[in-house]
Write a protein that binds this ligand. Structure first.
Ligand code: ATP
Length: 145
C-alpha cells in the first residue's frame, strides 16, 4: 500500500507523524483529503480537526492556524498550536470556549470580531477532536450483529 510521510509540527516540536494512507485537513479553501502522490500544493490551515489514516486506524489532531505543504511523498502541517486528540484537556478547552464566546460578544470592530471568532474555532476544534476519541473508546454496540 502506498503511503505519504505525514507530520504536524509546531514550535514545540513534532506533535504527530505517521506513514499515512490519507490525511484530511481543514484549509482556508475548505476541507481537503490528501492521498499518496497528491499534486503538490501549499495552503493556509484553518482551526479544525485533522484526521490521519494509517491502514484501518484513524487519529485526530486539533489544530489552530498555520500552513499546509503537500509534496510528492509528504504532507507537512506547520501549526500555531496542535494537540493529539488523546492529549486534550477537555475541561480546559470548555472553559476557554466559554471565555472566547464572552469575548466575542464584546467585540464590535470587524477585525476584532474575526480574531475572536478564530480563537473560538480553535477551542471548538479541541472539543470536537476530544469528542471523536471518546466515541472511539465507547463502541456503538447497537451496530454489532
Ligand atoms: P487556555 O486559555 O486554555 O490556556 P489558550 O488559547 O491560551 O488556552 P493556546 O495559546 O492555544 O492556549 O495554547 C498554549 C499551549 O497549550 C499549546 O501548546 C497548546 O497545544 C496547549 N493547549 C491549549 N489548550 C489545551 C487543551 N485544552 N488541552 C491540551 N493542550 C492545550
Amino acid at each position: 500500500m502506498k503511503t505519504t510521510a505525514f507530520a504536524v509540527v509546531t514550535i514545540e516540536g513534532t506533535v504527530e507523524s505517521a506513514d499515512a494512507s490519507s490525511v484530511t485537513i481543514p484549509t482556508a479553501d475548505g476541507e481537503i483529503t490528501v492521498l499518496p502522490e497528491h499534486t503538490p500544493l501549499v495552503s493556509v490551515l484553518k482551526p479544525g480537526v485533522l484526521t490521519v489514516r494509517t491502514g484501518d486506524k484513524e487519529k485526530h489532531v486539533a489544530v489552530s492556524g498555520g500552513f499546509v505543504q503537500v509534496a510528492a511523498d509528504s504532507v507537512t502541517i506547520l501549526a500555531d498550536t496542535a494537540e493529539r486528540a488523546d492529549d486534550i484537556d477537555v475541561r480546559r478547552a470548555e472553559a476557554a470556549r466559554k471565555r472566547a464566546e464572552e469575548a466575542m460578544d464584546k467585540q464590535h470592530e470587524r477585525e476584532d470580531l474575526a480574531d475572536a471568532a478564530a480563537e473560538l474555532q480553535k477551542h471548538l476544534a479541541r472539543l470536537r477532536a476530544a469528542e471523536l476519541v471518546k466515541h472511539r473508546r465507547t463502541p456503538d454496540r447497537s451496530r454489532q450483529p
